[in-house]
Structure formats: C-alpha cells, structure tokens
Design a protein around this ligand. Sequence first.
Ligand SMILES: NC(=O)c1ccc[n+]([C@@H]2O[C@H](COP(=O)([O-])OP(=O)(O)OC[C@H]3O[C@@H](n4cnc5c(N)ncnc54)[C@H](O)[C@@H]3O)[C@@H](O)[C@H]2O)c1
Length: 369
Amino acid sequence: MTALDLSSPVAVVGTGTMGQGIAQVALVAGHPVRLYDTVPGRAREAADAIGARLDRLVEKERLTGAGRDAARARLTPAESLDGLAGCALVVEAVVERLDAKQELFRALEDVVGDDCLLATNTSSLSVTAIGGALRRPGRCVGLHFFNPAPLLPLVEVVSGFATDPASAARAHDTARAWGKTPVGCADTPGFVVNRVARPFYAEALAVHEDRGADPATIDAVLRESGGFRMGAFELTDLIGQDVNESVTHSVWQALFQDVRFTPSLAQRRLVESGRLGRKSGRGWYDYREGAERPGPHTAEPADPPAYVVARGDLGPAGELLALIREAGIEVRAEDVRAEGVRTEDADRGTWLVLPGGGRLALADGRAPA
Ligand SMILES: NC(=O)c1ccc[n+]([C@@H]2O[C@H](COP(=O)([O-])OP(=O)(O)OC[C@H]3O[C@@H](n4cnc5c(N)ncnc54)[C@H](O)[C@@H]3O)[C@@H](O)[C@H]2O)c1
C-alpha cells in the first residue's frame, strides 16, 4: 500500500459542490485538510457547511461527537495558495476549464514540495493536457469523484500519458484507504463513466426530440423498466443542465465529433433559457414552490389476449413465453421450418404475433423487415 499517511495534509482547491464533498471524505478519513477558493470567504463558508454535515453525521450516529470535534479542528480554510505549502496531495475541483486548471497547477508547483501529488477532479478534460502545463507532469493524476462525493463509492483514478505509475498507485491506494472504490482508467474522453453515460442521456433526449414521449414518461420507463434509480431528465436536472451539456460537448469534441455523442438542441435551449435544473428552480421539471410534477402517460390496462403466436425460435426473447404462459395466455407455436412454409417466409424472422396482428420481435436497434 502506498496510501498517504493520515498525518499528511490534503488540500482541496475550489470549494463548491465537489470540493466540499471531497474535503469531507479526506477529513473523515483522518487527514488535516486545507481549503482554498478564489472567491474571498468561500473557503470559510465551505468549512462551515462541512461542519454542519459532520453535525448531521453525529445526529445519525455515524460519527461520534469527539470524532466531529477532532475533524473540525483538522479543517482549515487558507487565505491564499501559499497556505497550501507542505501538503502531500492537492485535489482541484475548480471550474471545468482547461486554462483555469493548468494555471492553478502551474502556480501550485511553486508552492508545494516536489513529491506532492496534484490530482484533478475533472469530469471530461484531458488529464494529460492539465498535467502538460507542469514542470513535473508525472505527479498529475485524475481523481474523479462522483456527486455526492461522501456517499458515492466510485472514484476513477485516471492516468494521463505522462502520469508516473507511482503517482497513480498512490492516488488509488489513498482513495481506497478513504473507503472508496477506486478504478484505474486511461485518459480517454469521458474516462469510463461519463463516456458510457452519454448514450443514456442522448437516446432519452433523442426520443423526446423525435416526439416519441415526454420527459416524465421516458423517465418512468427508465426507472421502472430499465432499473435505473433516476431517469435521464430528472438526473440531468439534478446534475445541472449546463454541467451535463458541457461534459457532452467536451466528450463529443474529444472524439472528433463522433455522431454518437452529438449534443442535443433541446438541452441547448434549456441552458440558453436559464432552466438549469433544480439549482435554478426549473429544468425539464418545475421545482418552484407549489409546482406539480407531471406523471407519465400510461395506457389503460387492457384485457389479456386469449392467445399469442410464437413464430420460430425467439432466441433470448423466448423467455417471455414462460411469463406469457404463467399469465394464463395460450402460446401457439408456428414452426417456420415446417413443410409448406415458403423459404422467403421462413427467412422473414421470428416474432410473437398478438391477436390484433401486432408483432413483437427482438431487434438490434433496426426495424425488422
Ligand atoms: N458537479 C458534479 O456533479 C461533478 C461531478 C464530478 C466532477 N465534477 C467536476 O468537479 C469540478 C468542480 O465542479 P463543481 O460542480 O464542484 O463546481 P462548483 O461551481 O460548485 O465549484 C467550483 C468552485 O471553484 C472555485 N474556483 C473557480 N476557479 C478557481 C480557481 N482558479 N482557484 C480556486 N477556486 C476556483 C469557484 O469559486 C467555486 O467555488 C469540475 O471540474 C467538474 O467538472 C463535477
């Protein structure tokens, strides 16, 4: 294990949503933590907000009163970057702009020792590009926490092109010692989570833009049939439409405008109109006092059909047949290889035929012939 010793001071720069959460994680793990933000007074406010969250942990009996007092005593706001001298790790969670992050890390190199790790919480910028500004780029690593950082276990530990393997190992082991689940990944656009998540948002937005269904209905389908905790619209309202859109843009640009990652015009309009989600009181949904949340459009329950026809081997969709039989509906099998069936008909695929003539077929995203 190469985790940082608990006596090593950790600094968090940028004390907004993520900075506060990350500081709380390092603090509760046992480190002295210093906070710095360019907006005067914000680091102090962040320390107070973290203190209030520690109080709530005590109320929930997840932290002792003595533990809270000791943690509070280890937390100090710094007036300037110079106050971060002697830190063993700095995690930056400042605005998502390459120039801001590069400038900050360059300035930090003049303040901290040579063996201090410089970690970025960027969601979508290149760790290689951020570290490229440094005299010692090997110390720069991505430490990508998720919101809310104290609750979500996953941390992506991102190795840039020039990241020293020992720096990545130290960041990884430190995150693990903080009770997180670190996952090493390369410096590819969006890393793993934000790349995999893009199509989740994009398809939901595309269905809405194609007038397939409204946000409340798509969210209900994702939640209740897809098994997701939140649908794409309510989740982007929570994240912030501006933040979510800028990550999409960044991943799309970094992947040479690959059409699969194309940003959404509907989301653009939302951002332009200032409907940023919960934080602005309105996004896809209305969060203002007294506003009603629309429900999904659902079909009226209908009587079950007396029978369905299963044509050919349905492959993985065949599991439906057991459910259909369990519901007391007769399944009439049609053998496509039976004598008398013309070859061109047999090649036309396999599907379930409902009494009204509707067909249910397994597809790979394209409409069946
Ligand atoms: N919000 C999320 O869900 C989320 C999740 C994972 C990663 N991130 C990433 O974390 C970073 C911060 O995001 P956030 O949502 O906490 O933003 P935020 O706007 O809540 O906070 C940013 C803070 O940084 C301060 N700041 C800006 N420039 C600074 C500088 N040069 N030096 C010191 N302080 C500076 C601002 O005053 C502000 O307090 C971004 O890189 C973002 O992409 C955000």
